[in-house]
Design a protein around this ligand. Structure first.
Ligand code: ADP
Length: 163
């Protein structure tokens, strides 16, 4: 039996989000995404319409520090349509995470829009069972009440694929 050898080409995924803050759930999507794609660009969305004091630059700097030793991950702030940003940075696909049916409906709708307006495909990974309850809004809420959120935030030693 002869196998057909396919030409290999680099695949770059854009992982867009608010990442306010970047959690262990996001970190897990990046780690697992690195098994599927050659490079991942973490796109930190700046939304000054919603929040004039949006600190997207600070969020992006913290994420970039986390991945400083991982050459396959880049972090960038953006404030244009995701499809336009994906094209500008040469991303082939959008990477997202799905925790529950609410996420599923939202992601399906976004994926449809991005395919329709930008011919851009989306790959969704299901949240790991031990990370399914983690959300940025939960972290913000706990922080507001002075609770310890370290269990939900990324650990620097845990950033590459396959760990
Ligand atoms: P957005 O504001 O665009 O929804 P988020 O920063 O909240 O951005 O999330 C970015 C992506 O990460 C989304 O696809 C979201 O569903 C996914 N995500 C968030 N938390 C988790 C988690 N705990 N496990 C897996 N995916 C997650």
């Amino acid at each position: 039996m002869r196998y057909k050898i396919l030409i290999n080409s680099m695949k770059t995924a854009l992982f867009p989000g608010s990442f306010n803050p970047f959690t262990r759930g996001h970190q897990d999507i990046v780690a697992r995404g690195l098994r599927l794609f050659d490079c991942i660009i973490i796109g930190v969305g700046r939304n000054t319409a919603k929040n004039p004091h949006d600190n997207a630059d600070e969020r992006a700097a913290a994420i970039a520090e986390l991945y400083a030793a991982e050459p396959r991950v880049a972090v960038q702030v953006y404030d244009v349509l995701t499809v336009d940003f994906a094209r500008a940075v040469g991303a082939d696909v959008v990477l997202r995470g799905v925790r529950n049916t609410a996420d599923f409906e939202y992601e399906r709708q976004m994926a449809d829009v991005n395919r329709l307006i930008g011919d851009l495909e989306t790959v969704c990974l299901f949240a790991a069972p031990d990370k399914v309850e983690i959300s940025s809004s939960l972290v913000r809420e706990l922080q507001a009440f002075g609770k310890d959120v370290s269990d939900y935030l990324p650990s620097a030693g845990d950033v590459s694929a396959g760990d």
